[in-house]
Design a protein around this ligand. Structure first.
Ligand SMILES: [Mg+2]
Length: 413
């Protein structure tokens, strides 16, 4: 089988409300690039990558000379063709390689009539549990609903998520407001849902001393882990020496060199595997194997997926034996999807691993066209901007947090 073409389409899918984070906000929508790889046998494999626009689509077009004529089963060859670690120093293509790997695995599963998880060792579980992934939010621009800023709003939002989707693990995304305020919010969550589990992620916004202080304050709660309280392996290592809560990361261990460094001189306990950041589902499985050997924890990271990427996360979660934590997904913040049947459904806080051939999801062409048109209507937006503070940007560590008493709502797009 040979690859004959690839096509990249940028889409914009609305969120229920804008999600605030330590670097700014997701402005009420996710911009993603959908990749379709076609073969001489007429099969079409699907991939997905974060971000998009003319430059992303052109970057994928630029891969065509490497891909046309390539056998989609030759995935190790593909790694060296596209993302050779020495030859591609100047064109970091890891995330694009990931999208192509998803599509090739999808093609192989369709060709052989088996789900991707069967190609990757076979399912150990049929459903993947997810955390609630709570964000501070601005209100929905159309109807003014959905603001999450005060302690009560966070707890009410968590209760609604739990009732609707069945979550028993809650992740709070912080780094928006001063750490003292976010500690109050986190404690209120832990007190409101006794028996559930909790994790907190300020996206490396704090100094090491703030990270140590916060970590000590939450000892004794039902923490899965404290995620990226500070940026950098050395800050994480110093924090870990002084705090009795496991530390997790999706920022400072995102490749094999960093994983090796973390094994030799441990700075984090739990590695959050992202099928895009690591360059595909297969590198995540390799990394999970190394973590299994060294008894480090793993979980599945979310970088803001639509249904195609969610399928990669589900197949990954299905085959790694050491998945001892609920996965993360932004998925329930989406108002729609590009896959047939619409959004995948949560039941009891979990989503079923697709059982159809390949990734087990198919493109809804009408939705793809609708959301592609929405991208060209609205365009992109700066990820690291808070729409209410246009001149603001965070430092690392940050000392320019938002004010939790500021109830203004942005009026934009
Ligand atoms: Mg994180």
């Amino acid at each position: 089988m040979k690859i004959t073409d690839l096509r990249a389409t940028t889409v914009t899918v609305p969120l229920h409300a804008p999600l605030r984070h330590g670097n700014g906000a997701h402005w009420g929508r996710f911009v993603r690039t959908i990749v379709e790889v076609t073969t001489d046998e007429g099969l079409v494999g699907l991939g997905e990558m974060g971000g998009g626009g003319e430059s992303a689509e052109a970057a994928f077009r630029g891969l065509k000379p490497y891909l046309v004529g390539h056998d989609p089963a030759r995935l190790e060859e593909l790694r060296f063709k596209i993302a050779n670690p020495t030859a591609s120093l100047y064109n970091n293509r890891t995330q694009m390689l990931a999208a192509i790997e998803f599509a090739c695995l999808d093609i192989l599963g369709q060709r052989w009539g088996v789900p991707v998880s069967e190609l990757l060792g076979g399912r150990l579980r049929d459903r993947i549990p997810f955390a609630s992934y709570l964000f501070f939010r601005y209100a929905n621009q159309k109807d003014g609903s959905g603001e999450v800023r005060t302690v009560d709003q966070v707890v009410d939002h968590a209760r609604e998520m739990k009732q609707r989707y069945g979550f028993t693990t809650h992740k709070l995304k912080g780094g928006v407001f001063p750490p003292e305020y976010e500690l109050e919010v986190y404690r209120a969550l832990a007190a409101s849902f006794a028996g559930d589990r909790f994790r907190f992620d300020p996206n490396g916004a704090w100094s090491t001393e703030q990270a140590i202080w916060f970590g000590r304050e939450i000892e004794g709660l039902r923490n899965d882990y404290l995620e990226d309280p500070v940026f950098g392996l050395n800050g994480m290592r110093r924090t870990r020496e002084k705090v009795r809560v496991p530390l997790a990361t999706n920022t400072v261990v995102v490749n094999f060199e960093q994983l090796a460094a973390n094994v030799l001189d441990t700075a984090v306990d739990v590695v959050l595997l992202d099928t895009t950041f690591w360059g595909g589902i297969r590198p995540c499985i390799k990394a999970a194997g190394i973590c299994e050997t060294f008894q480090l924890g793993v979980a599945v990271h979310s970088s803001g997926e639509l249904g195609i990427q969610l399928a990669t996360m589900l197949h990954l979660g299905a085959v790694i034996p050491n998945l001892t934590f609920a996965a993360d997904a932004h998925y329930h913040h989406l108002a729609g999807d590009v896959i047939e049947g619409g959004l995948m459904r949560y039941e009891n806080g979990s989503i079923a691993v697709p059982t159809g051939p390949g990734l087990g999801v198919r493109l809804d062409r009408n939705k793809l066209a609708e959301y592609a048109a929405l991208f060209w209507k609205l365009g992109g937006y700066p990820y690291d901007r808070d729409p209410l503070r246009p001149d603001w940007f965070p430092t690392v560590p940050n000392d320019r947090f938002a004010d939790p008493a500021d109830a203004r709502q942005p009026e934009w797009v």
